[in-house]
Design a protein around this ligand. Sequence first.
Ligand code: NAD
Length: 498
Amino acid sequence: MTLHKPENLPTHIQHFIDGKWTDSVSGKQFDVLEPVENSVYATAAAGQKEDVDLAVAAARRAFTDGPWPTLVPRQRSRVLHRIADLVEASDARLAELETFDTGLPITQALGQAQRAAENFRFFADLVVAQADDVYKVPGKQMNYVNRSPIGVAGLITPWNTPFMLESWKLAPALATGNTVVLKPAEFTPLSASLWAEIFREAGVPDGVFNLVNGIGEEAGDALVKHPDVPLISFTGESSTGSLIFGNAAPYLKGLSMELGGKSPAIVFADADFDAAIDATLFGVFSLNGERCTAGSRILVEQSIYDRFVEAYAARAEKIVVGPPHDPRTEVGALVHPEHYAKVLSYVELGRQEGRLVAGGDKPEGLEHGNYLRPTVFADVPSSARIFQEEIFGPVVAITPFTDDEEALSLANSVKYGLAAYIWTGDLRRAHNFASRVEAGMVWLNSNNVRDLRTPFGGVKASGLGHEGGYRSIDFYTNQQAVHITLGESHSVRFGTGV
Ligand code: NAD
């Protein structure tokens, strides 16, 4: 028995609209599964257009009538710091629930809960430190920028690290004075419902935060097509992003798109071999491989290729796959049977496209639930689907290269461009390679650790726009340029007949 049920687990998850818990107007619901036994543990209200309409109307009222958008930044900042305090104080409970709902290993879920608190703290500080430019032409003209919140932000989030990814949108949207409607992923609605009480306790006024659960094609779609929602921040698959882009086009909305990835980790022969092994294992197998920035293609220089593959496979075989709530577990259960089936289909494909050197099946003793041993395919050609397509599970493709040019062309040969990881002892090569690799974010001899001030986002099919630091503030605010002439105003005199 590997299922660990947290105490006081809700059996029904509702919407939260205008400060009140509520079911769908239609009464529709959907089942929520946990990933260890794939049993239904709760039902959730399935939001339809009319529920989204109510949530948007509440958010709109809170924006036009409420105090939130006009509070001075310090006042909103205090509330955001209280949110961070509350998240930190309940990190163990948050992690327990997140682990139960998503299958993420408990130690990693705890890290994500703490990161969620940090996101709030960061934007609480940033809005207070925020300065806007003033431009002067001495004695002639002055120009400055008025910054204001935009309105109701629609936030649509995926099921991997749901609570943390929600915080990443909620914190800057609220810090800048917008009101929000959050539509979390239908696979994992549990942790999103915790925001409501956290916000209430921290002093967020009713109507500022609204939550509508539901299926993407119903609740998500209604949010995207709502005329009173001028902003959509979306994180999810590239194909969904492109659909949303089209659906939002008639309304000319502000869109931020954080999409899929198939990021390369490039290991040169002059790299610190052991550090590269450690990082490339963690890079794809942490968070169950359900990580947008996973280094899921490892390109290895030919002269160390055999040694690398052997050492990598040996370590992958020793990764502890186990029940998500067990602190010894390094890889837990994949989120949902549908997603699990998709990942397994790639494993089957990989047996024809590459050479299986580790994993490929369920671990012993874990026959039920969505478990998969870390799976490593070597000698994978760039034409293979397991090289080109995002699998989003504990599966990695390893491919050899002979020189920098071949490594670069392999790295850039997929439609995605989210992250890249480069391992080399040669500084000049590292920087030159970084500037030519098609990726929104590059880590040189480093694991995926991100300073919250830096831009986050992908190129190509991995995203449009950037979030992170001031870029998030820019996305969630209007910037109005005000111009005044300080001396006489000189106009060409039309209509004077001279
Ligand atoms: P998904 O695209 O299936 O769903 C994401 C969200 O969009 C869910 O809330 C879903 O209900 C909603 N949705 C689906 N169809 C919709 C529609 N027609 N209109 C409006 N909303 C709709 O993605 P997923 O499977 O939940 O998440 C995994 C994907 O997310 C992977 O591709 C991963 O790489 C990506 N991801 C990207 C980042 C990043 O920052 N770039 C971070 C995490 C995850």
